[in-house]
Design a protein around this ligand. Sequence first.
Ligand code: BMA
Length: 327
Amino acid sequence: MRNLKIVGPEIPNIPWQDRPEGNLDVLWRYDQNPVIPRDLIPCANSIFNSAVVPYGDEFRGVFRVDNKAREMRIHSGSSLDGLNWQIEHEPIEFICHDPEIGNLEYAYDPRVVWIEDRYYVTWCNGYHGPTIGVAYTYDFKDFYQLENAFLPFNRNGVLFPRKIKGNYAMVSRPSDNGHTPFGDIFYSESPDLTYWGKHRHVMSTTGSWQSTKIGAGPIPIETSEGWLLIYHGVLTSCNGFVYHVGAALLDLDQPWKVIARTHPYILSPQTYYECVGDVPNVTFPCAALVDSATGRLAMYYGGADTVTAVAFGYVQELVQFTKDNSI
Ligand code: BMA
């Protein structure tokens, strides 16, 4: 994969640690994990499933904070190095044209993406059940909320970083109002981020670690071999759901066409902070920084619905691994 072309910004100061000697995995964990402890800000019960982006030569993010009333909220945050974060003590209060939409019930599992001239945020938004909230910001201070993308019930709405054939594009996971014991990934397009259609099926569940449900994780990464989509896959064990991480390659022009998809997982709950917490055995990725010059990737994921952790890898190796180990 030496000649792989990666589309995206260069991030020379991307958080990084070399693969530990003897480690043969395609992703390896930061040895100072978790980077965000559950109690970083006073109101927090837990801070996890959060999204970060480069911002000038700094970093910004939107963080899932479940507060001590166990309400799910999202907060803005900033960092000089992508590892040490300052998170606002108050949740984001969206500026919204319509109180019907702006009336926040709950917000969780944010994703953030730069498209053309601004950052967009999507998240699981309570509107008579979970659906996909959409907002934009220029500065991570003022956030402007748009229409919800879909009817309930839906989760894991993840925008592509550019329009595809002139339309905004999103993958999502239709679900139910509870903990959803099923779920495939679908693709949709919109000319204006208000009206969504051209719905296509992308991937179903298959065996083992991705047998109960799957959902898109970080913003898809554009490469010359296709969109690299990191996603979560869930197995139902006799002790509940187990959340793993996998990867797929999607066609660049028709992203509902799957080119390859990992048979083994690429990360699973194995460390203390992934196995022990409010919901045990969860690795849940919501963001990936990629330095297009080197292919270095820093993936941010929630551990056990409690803390935020980082794993590293190379996009070139992930693409090769996905092709070599496809279902
Ligand atoms: C999903 C979402 C995630 C969570 C996961 C494991 O349904 O609610 O936010 O990490 O369950 O509890």
